[in-house]
Design a protein around this ligand. Sequence first.
Ligand SMILES: C[S@@+](CC[C@H](N)C(=O)[O-])C[C@H]1O[C@@H](n2cnc3c(N)ncnc32)[C@H](O)[C@@H]1O
Length: 272
Amino acid sequence: MKIKPFLRWAGGKQNLVNELLKNSPKDANINTYFEPFVGAGTLFFANGFSKALISDINPQLINAYSHIKTDYNKVYELILEYNKNFNNNSEFYYKLRDKYNKERNNFDHIQAARFIFLIHTNYNGMYRVNKAGEYNVPIGKLKPCIPSFSDFNRISEKMKNTKIECFDYKEVIKFVGKNDFVYFDPPYPPLDWSNPQNQFTIQNFRKEDHEETALFADELDRMGCYVMISYPDIQFIKVLYSKWNIVTLDNFRSISCKKQRGKISELLIKNY
Ligand SMILES: C[S@@+](CC[C@H](N)C(=O)[O-])C[C@H]1O[C@@H](n2cnc3c(N)ncnc32)[C@H](O)[C@@H]1O
């Protein structure tokens, strides 16, 4: 049974989940599943691999995963309380955001609940911080769609055999081996390199980082891993992965920035 992520997340792949599953390797001997840019973990929650390592560079995101794994009932209780008091009230949102920022070096279940609730009620499930590391996303317009207690229970069960780590994606090299399956979903490159968006963390994912990701993917390929990578359909990426098997998906992502409007298709890049 496919499990839905407990977060909405900018760049999340919910609308592509069936294509991701269809394009995943079918080898019954796959050892461990790795998702080193996990975000909301769309593919991790949808697939049936029993052993996994999920990781991300965002420490508060990883704190949320860790507490959902070990004490989701305490996190859920707080989320329910926030939801009762929220009522699409912006004063509540901004007060909670202040508390979250004051406690940003804490990694307890209360921060996990604040993080999850803020992401569910903010603008487009975005996570963005300023130079001081303070989360600064404004309130959104939609009513929050919080998972139920039994959803959290299922999510926690799914993570029983899952290692959860906060580190740069390259650290997975210490854990991967032959016959593991690694899915990469890095922050997408901007269509205009002169205007990079600091969308996910305080660090930008620059052009050089995408080039380095491609070299890293080659290394995993040489080690005998199955590798699948998500990207938008842009020339820079097609050149970077010209030796790989590239599948163009029919799904389109909306783009709305001042210079370019329209839609762009998605790529799945595979070594199998
Ligand atoms: C496009 S999102 C992943 C979305 C995910 N596939 C989903 O469906 O929700 C990219 C993620 O990469 C993470 N990230 C950015 N730079 C990273 C790095 N150097 N190492 C590991 N994770 C990183 C971000 O925090 C973000 O969660």
